[in-house]
Design a protein around this ligand. Sequence first.
Ligand code: HEM
Length: 264
Amino acid sequence: KTEDSASGVSVVNGGGPVYEDKEENDNARPEDLSELLAAGTKQVHEQAENTQFVKDFLHGRIRKELFKLGAVALYYTYSAMEEEIEKNKDHPHFAPLYFPNELHRHEALARDLEYFYGEDWQSQISCSPATQRYVERIREIGLEDPVLLVAHAYTRYMGDLSGGQVLKKVAQRALKLPPTGEGVFFYQFDNIHNNKAFKQLYRSRMNELELDASTKDSLVQEAVRAFQFNIEVFKELEEMGKTIQEDVLDGGPIHGHMQGDISK
Ligand code: HEM
């Protein structure tokens, strides 16, 4: 392991920065949904990791205006997902995964947006096209095929629990956010004391769902789609980043010796 000088993120496996090492479960059965999801999304996970926006963020190359737009995208996404989860919380194919106190991010994101945009934050934000497509899919499955919500919850919450602490520190350092957590409440799961243990619980709850092989297959496909929606949002953010004018950037334009760093 080496330390990445820009972000403090540890770098293993050929230079890709990771949050923590991948876990292997010796007791896993190949038909376990948790295993099928992990294996079936491995490739698209790598694709997500390799988007420019995500790579830049992990290296602390993120500007406040763009970070704020990212938080807005997450706000619309989690609002939709958690609303559909609420509607389906008693559905036997979702109920065991219903952990609103531990997982739900809608409230944390609202607090982050209020910090960034002020009291009238709601009138200042809007849903981007890529986020809108993601949200529409979540609405559609909530209505027509709620078991597929499992795939969306898995893709977001398991990812958040894997990377939260690192991303929080990266954002705080890069954007000079206060140590009290304003702006990065999203990354802080106050009601989960051990992320690793919680992820194990969540995996075992997924594996206890009574699902046939074809439903599990649909869930893997839907999880791949969920990753793709995220990738589309990252790409859109990257494009928006190019159009944000230097004069609205926090900390101003990048000069001199920093230029070598951003082109890495
Ligand atoms: C899990 C790294 C981006 C979704 C993990 C794990 C690592 C990791 C190391 C394994 C943790 C463990 O086994 O406990 C990264 C890195 C990323 C990144 C370095 C960016 C550079 C993303 C994105 C998403 C995502 C963008 C989805 C939007 C997930 C999910 C898991 C996961 C769902 C759980 C996998 C499973 O155990 O089934 N990530 N990730 N990750 N990540 Fe990421």
